[in-house]
Design a protein around this ligand. Structure first.
Ligand SMILES: Cc1ncc(C[n+]2csc(CCOP(=O)(O)OP(=O)(O)O)c2C)c(N)n1
Ligand SMILES: O=c1ccn([C@@H]2O[C@H](COP(=O)(O)O)[C@@H](O)[C@H]2O)c(=O)[nH]1
Length: 262
């Protein structure tokens, strides 16, 4: 297939863990447990170096609790630029901790979209009004017990294409990174540790059937249709190549395990 000449390049592990200071990125914290095995200093550094810092509703409380639990000096940690949400899971006393530090508090009461989706809309408005450039968003979103929210968060990835064109949105969980590959050609850089340890990766056609061709995987696809009820590529892994290439005729969720990197 030569139908999609432009290749979109992705190197989330390198960008997220080592090269983040070179990028214009935002961090968004959702209301999911912050159980990351990452070095505490790394999380604070990632947060402090972000161009925009957002906590979403109850994510504000989780962040504050994580900071307190890790005995960080609160003053070393920058305040969120935005706290957004319908505020149904954010106690007033937690909000009070942030009210005098220049944080914008934006109430998003609409009950037809999730607080995460609305937060991306507010982030976009903030970037436009403050003339801030962001090309990547790291969403700290562990996958926990609420299956409806896991699915809603994937739906937000689909919506993000219209909200923030040309911005990469990565959902970072405690042991995986997930994002949406749009229709077209992609190359994904795979760190040697993930290749050597045969970490899992997956191509998940959540939004609808996709015809996919890949290289760099143990179980490659050759113009093969992925579709729920037919074939979904989970528990796949790498064949040792430094790069995985994927060509898809429709948006496709890619997810990769990162446990062995931590
Ligand atoms: C068809 C339909 N189903 C369900 C809903 C309800 N709904 C969808 S998004 C949303 C807001 C969810 O808020 P969020 O803070 O993201 O999640 P929470 O933890 O409060 O459930 C609600 C109530 C709806 N508006 N329309
Ligand atoms: O179990 C959960 C709960 C929440 N989320 C995400 O966080 C935001 C904010 O949630 P609130 O409960 O309103 O504080 C929500 O929009 C979800 O994206 C989640 O992923 N899992």
């Amino acid at each position: 297939m030569n139908s999609f000449p432009v290749v979109q390049h992705w190197s989330p592990c390198e960008e997220f863990f080592t090269q983040y200071k070179k990028k214009d990125y935002a961090v968004l914290i959702l209301n999911t447990p912050i159980n990351f095995n990452f070095n505490q200093h790394f999380i604070i550094d990632l947060w402090n170096h972000a161009k925009v810092r957002v906590t979403v509703d109850g994510g504000t409380k989780k962040w504050l609790r994580w900071l307190t639990g890790n005995e960080r000096e609160f003053k070393e940690v920058l305040q969120p630029d935005l706290i957004t949400g319908d505020m149904d899971s954010l106690p007033k006393e937690v909000l009070g901790c942030f009210q005098n530090g220049g944080t914008k508090i934006i109430v998003t009461p609409d009950q037809d979209e999730t607080d995460y989706t609305k937060a991306l809309r507010e982030l976009k408005l903030h970037c436009n009004s403050e003339n801030v450039h962001v090309d990547t968003i790291y969403v700290l979103a562990d996958t926990c017990g609420r299956f409806d929210q896991i699915m809603a968060n994937i739906n937000t990835l689909y919506k993000s294409r219209d909200i923030l064109t040309d911005t990469k949105v990565y959902q970072v969980a405690s042991t995986s990174i997930t994002w949406l590959l749009s229709k077209g050609r992609h190359s994904i850089s795979v760190p040697v540790v993930l290749r050597d340890s045969q970490e899992w990766c997956a191509l998940i056609p959540i939004g609808g059937p996709c015809v996919v061709t890949s290289t760099g995987l143990k179980w490659n696809l050759d113009n093969r249709k992925l579709e729920f009820g037919v074939l979904v590529s989970t528990s796949n892994t790498y064949d040792g190549s430094p790069v995985v290439t994927i060509e898809t005729d429709a948006p496709l969720v890619w997810s990769m395990g990162i446990q062995t990197l931590l």
